[in-house]
Ligand binder design. Structure first.
Ligand SMILES: C[S@@+](CC[C@H](N)C(=O)[O-])C[C@H]1O[C@@H](n2cnc3c(N)ncnc32)[C@H](O)[C@@H]1O
Length: 317
């Protein structure tokens, strides 16, 4: 039994770097803007009024639950919500008969609303073990943990979690199969690694949970597609891309894509949350915003996806 009924979906998520998003996205009346990770509509609700008159926002999310939250937050406004990945903005626009857009925003990763649903498996105390953003397709974290060989698990935990005890943790996971809940996984990891030290202690399973979520949702591959294939084909010349990332694996990719492609980088350094915001919303502490202006150019000139490090076959098995 899951506890989804115990948690009425309510938008608990607080949008990060809101003023900074509005500054760098610079929405103007008449523009068409894609919010590629609309979530509960936190950023979108502030963008939509700035597009009037004549503009509109297209909000995408892979998670049907989040789209429901966005629908209530954005009801009555000029926006369209679509169940799709931000990597597929091109085909969404084609369906809507829109050739190119003025800006694209992505606020990567997990929403506090997804974390709050303990049947989803994103939190350390979760009763579930799913971790998919798109709950309508693809293998879950439970499938991965219970089916992948130890060396594949170790590679995932090492590369996507940057966890030094990856091999030891992977062996313990295999020894304890079947793993049935995120809480069970968190406990296995806690017992496998030395106790955390220092002032800024994090839960010992933080890196393992990050790694699994990245693997289950192919987060880095999807981000690479967005940066190298999607944005160059959907932005108008002079159009803006704004990306908020929450760990170095994402931020590094955004930084490199903007630096190496035909972009004018607008943020020389990543924009981070003020002290005030960090105190009020701890989630904002790791947020890094980068913005760039698309200078046109042939999409094929930009580098192709390069994330070939973790290639297991558990997905296909
Ligand atoms: C940090 S939340 C966004 C919060 C939103 N900006 C707000 O203020 O309410 C990230 C959202 O991105 C969604 N997501 C993750 N990967 C995605 C993808 N490839 N395409 C579309 N949505 C994605 C998640 O389901 C989640 O709802």
């Amino acid at each position: 039994m899951t506890d989804s009924s115990a948690h009425e979906p309510g938008a608990v998520h607080v949008p990060v770097l809101l003023a900074e998003v509005l500054h760098w996205l610079d929405p103007q009346p008449g523009q068409v803007i894609v919010d590629g990770t609309v979530g509960a509509g936190g950023h979108a609700a502030h963008i939509v009024p700035r597009l009037q008159p004549g503009g509109r926002l297209i909000g995408l999310d892979r998670d049907p639950m989040m789209l429901q939250l966005a629908e209530s937050a954005l009801a009555g406004t000029d926006c369209q919500l679509v169940h799709a990945s931000y990597a597929d903005i091109g085909s969404v626009l084609k369906d809507l008969e829109i050739e190119a857009v003025d800006s694209v925003l992505v606020d990567l990763g997990l929403s506090s609303d997804q974390l709050a649903h303990t049947d989803r498996g994103f939190g350390f105390e979760s009763v579930g073990l799913d971790m998919r953003f798109d709950t309508t397709q693809g293998p879950s974290a439970a499938d991965l943990l219970n089916e992948a060989p130890a060396h594949e698990l170790a590679d995932i935990i090492h590369h996507y979690g940057e966890e030094r005890f990856a091999r030891r943790i992977a062996r313990r996971i295999v020894d304890h199969r079947p793993i049935q809940s995120a809480a069970q996984l968190a406990e296995i990891v806690r017992r496998a690694v030395p106790p955390p030290k220092g002032r800024h202690r994090i839960h010992p399973a933080t890196r393992v949970f990050q790694a699994l979520r990245i693997a289950v949702n192919d987060e880095l591959g999807t981000l690479e597609r967005l940066l190298h294939q999607t944005l160059p084909t959907v932005l108008k010349p002079g159009g803006r891309a704004v990306a908020i990332s929450f760990h170095s694996l994402e931020d590094r990719r955004v930084k490199q894509a903007f630096r190496d492609g035909p972009w004018e980088v607008l943020t020389r350094k990543p924009v981070t949350a003020t002290e005030d915001e960090q105190q009020q919303n701890p989630r904002s502490r790791s947020a890094k915003l980068r913005a760039a202006k698309w200078l046109g150019g042939d999409a094929t000139e930009t580098r192709q996806p390069s994330d070939e490090r973790v290639r297991g076959n558990w997905r296909g098995s």
